[in-house]
Design a protein. Sequence first.
Length: 441
Amino acid sequence: MDEQLSLFDNAALPEPLAARLRPKTIDEVVGQQHLLGKGMLLRRMIEQDAVSSMIFWGPPGVGKTTLATVIANQTRSKFINFSAVTSGIKEIREVMKEADQNRTFGQRTLVFVDEIHRFNKAQQVAFLPFVEKGSIILIGATTENPSFEVNGALLSRCKVFVLKGLTEDDILTLIHRAIESPAGFGNQNVEMDPGVDRLIAAFANGDARMALSTLEMAVLNGEQTRTGFHVTKEIVEQCTSKKSLLYDKNGEEHYNLISALHKSMRNSDPDAAVYWLARMLEAGEDPLYVARRVVRFASEDVGMADSRALEIAVAAYQACHFIGMPECSVHLTHAVVYMSLAPKSNALEIAYMTAREDANKMLAEPVPMQIRNAPTGLMKDLGYGKGYRYAHDYEEKITDMKCLPASLEGKEYYIPTNQGLEEKYGERLRQIKAWKKNREQ
């Protein structure tokens, strides 16, 4: 018994896979090529050891802490890792005091603050004087919009770098690296059924840490063979507590499901719409993709019949951006149900498509002189703006001035339906046209 306890006490617990594989150089970082590609600003700053105070903003698992680690490995500054979750104002003061002392000896101090949005604005202000006088270089990481969550004075002294969610190919690169690298499972002969790597990548939804944690769990719970481990689709599904939903974000089923959602809302079927929404989100679809489609639907299929639909759709998109999955699923449900129950009109879509057809056929059609701008005397002498009538100068706030090219005079693009509030706008349009017609007579 004593021997067993001794063995257990001396055993070193292995680091998580994501920690073991954390890149140490820029070239090992996967993704974020808009920041780290050859010649990009952040790459040059790191390579030249010319890092200034900055904020990394992006969703979880995209490399914010990794980039801080890379900077720590390549900078000549003293590097202090500072967590906003576990540290308070006392710890901030201690770190700043140490940074001031280092500065007197000519050494820079680089302070990395993970989850800086968890500090309140007053706590963030504690960093400000030290950033201003150059005692520290501050690198903050946040999943929240820094415009709302970081003190304005502090934010103005930091360069904000926006990190993007990793692509499925990026995640696949990390998974294969983990399987092959000696720091990962390279010495354990891991075999995976076809498609299992993509299943993990889809589940991770752009989050490298989640992908590696899922892979680690799947391998450790995989079937042991004589030479290593065998990971099956069923094992991954158990590890993720998700069924395989026959979903490929770049394949046919992706378009089938978004089509099903769109057509269910168009057919005023909230139950079907919510079902297809859940199918997409639970399969790992990007909620912002769904939100963008709902924003489009709000004007394409509801339009002027209920203009609030667009407001709700945009608000749902913002909510998805602020808090992400799984919390934003209820905001998308709100928007999807609203769209399903709203009165429907495609008059705006038809208006644009019809106008586009004419615009493409008549690209050289001149703008009528009376509605041209005349910023110079020469243009005014040439008749630009001649005959223009300012609607606000008239009692009815309307004039009978022609605004379409002569060849399209009388053409109608927007034809209101009698659905919802559009009936009211249609009546207003009929009154305007009748008034203009009477003035012509």
